[in-house]
Design a protein around this ligand. Structure first.
Ligand code: UD1
Length: 450
């Protein structure tokens, strides 16, 4: 279906996808989209330069680089490809007009709050962007910042924040283990006065990697059992040298593409320990994989039928919500009824409408199907799905709705019969480095119309 935003997308941002060819070959992952921009923000907290390696060439990194540069952080390439040196020696207030030019481009700016309050005593944060997969409020972020002692004022163009005095450590309990709000607490608590105790924290691998970055800078952070993180504020942080963890979400996307197209893809850089839950599901559906320690993971369709299964997304260590959309395309090819319950976002199943138009049999439900009742049950959110397969997918005209949904459309188009026209593919550059090059390395028959 053509979304409202399609009118705004450039008409020539189109990929013609000739489906039916199994993806075969090797691709290389780089640093995680959900870690790298945050590690870059952390550099703002230091008194010395930081060096980050394994940075992917994606537009989210460009946006954060520009925002940090506007605030006086000098950013230059390091010795190796994908390495940046970030020097926060001359941090300064950016003009509202300059910062506002980035309104709506990403959700990362909200994480500048704590670091800017520590460095400058005030901050302006433009309206946020990111994928439209639900309401995506920032109430947890603003509540915790106020608890640290920040003054927060919402104005029509964005947020104005001030720290009249040094921020103070506090006790926080998140209503839900939000990734972003946990990062907000970490990036603020490390330089706050005294101890901060965070309960119901998110503990995604990207958060653990951010904690590793902060520890290298001199922070004192302890992760306890039961989602409790304790941070002892310090007076000063230095720089860091860090190699970003690889992108486990991109790895899963290519794994699902291999399965749905009946192919065989080696994902160099994929790490087993960050993907255990995904690997269990992949095997249960009937996909095959082989781990090469320290090198990567080979994913392939071993032939025969794929098996339908019940699936529920959850916070880590559960099945990550960003894995859901690519996997659903593979589930349309599985025999039987798959039951999916999305518990992290209330509106992350809209993409299935396009799959249904391609021939998939997918029914959406408001109820919490097959799993534990979640926050969205009985609240009019279509957040459960029943997928009946296998169904042959037919080519279609597709409009990319969001990052992971968009990649799922590509997978669907690659496995469908005929030629699909996929509009709005620039959105995929936000989180998938050189995906067109990777598609062609894997033998996909695609033509980019610019
Ligand atoms: C991050 C990831 C995203 C992933 C998500 C969950 C990045 C850049 N993005 O997004 O890919 O899908 O974690 O693993 O790292 N919530 C509130 N109020 C808030 C904050 C969150 O109600 O102030 C809710 C959200 O609406 C959502 C849930 O909490 O229902 C989880 O969101 P959160 O974990 O914060 O996601 P992000 O950090 O935005």
């Amino acid at each position: 279906m053509k979304p409202d935003s399609a009118a705004a997308a450039p008409a020539d941002d189109v990929l013609l996808v000739h489906g039916g060819t199994p993806l075969q070959g090797e691709i290389r992952l780089r640093g995680a989209k959900n870690l790298v921009p945050k590690a870059m923000v952390a550099a703002l907290l230091g008194q010395e330069p930081s060096r980050l390696r394994n940075i992917p060439d994606i537009s989210d990194v460009d946006i954060v680089s520009r925002l940090l540069q506007l605030h006086g952080v000098a950013i230059v390439p390091g010795d190796e490809p994908g390495e940046l040196i970030l020097d926060p020696a001359s941090v300064e207030q950016a003009t509202i007009a300059d910062v506002d030019a980035h309104a709506g481009s990403s959700r990362i700016p909200i994480l500048l709050c704590g670091p800017l309050l520590h460095r400058l005593g005030h901050a302006f944060i433009p309206d946020l962007g990111g994928c439209r997969i639900g309401d995506r409020p920032i109430d947890f972020h603003l509540d915790v910042l106020r608890q640290f002692g920040a003054e927060v004022e919402k104005r029509p163009q964005g947020l104005h924040l001030a720290a009249p005095q040094r921020l103070r450590g506090t006790k926080v309990e998140l209503p839900f283990p939000s990734v972003g709000a946990t990062e907000q607490v970490l990036l603020t608590a490390v330089l706050a006065e005294g101890v901060t105790e965070l309960r119901n924290a998110a503990i995604e691998p990207e958060i653990v990697d951010l904690i590793a970055v902060l520890q290298k800078m001199g922070a004192i952070i302890t992760v306890h059992t039961d989602r409790v993180i304790r941070i002892t504020g310090v007076d000063r942080l230095g720089g860091y040298r860090h190699r970003a963890m690889s992108d486990r979400l991109e790895a899963a996307s290519w794994a699902c593409a291999a399965l749905a197209t009946g192919g065989d893809v080696y994902v160099r850089g994929a790490e087993q320990k960050d993907m255990m839950t995904f690997l269990n599901v992949y095997r249960t559906v009937g996909g095959a994989f082989e781990v090469e320690d320290g090198e990567g993971i080979r994913f392939w369709h071993p032939g025969g039928q794929l098996c339908a299964m019940p699936l529920e997304t959850d916070v880590h260590p559960g099945f990550q919500t960003d894995w859901q959309q690519p996997l659903v395309v593979a589930l349309t090819q599985a025999t039987g009824l798959s039951i999916l319950h999305e518990t992290v976002y209330e509106n992350r199943l809209g993409f299935t409408e396009a799959l249904a138009a391609m021939g998939a049999t997918i029914q959406l439900y408001r109820e919490c199907l097959g799993g534990t009742p979640c926050r969205f049950g009985q609240r009019n959110f279509l957040h459960s799905a029943v997928i009946s397969g296998p169904t042959k997918l037919q080519a279609a005209e597709l409009f990319i709705p969001d990052l992971r949904g968009g990649f799922s459309y590509l997978i669907a188009a690659l496995s469908a019969q005929g030629m699909s026209t996929v509009h709005g593919i620039d959105l995929i550059n936000r989180g998938y480095e050189n995906f067109l090059g990777k598609l062609s390395d894997l033998g996909a028959r695609v033509e980019h119309r610019r």
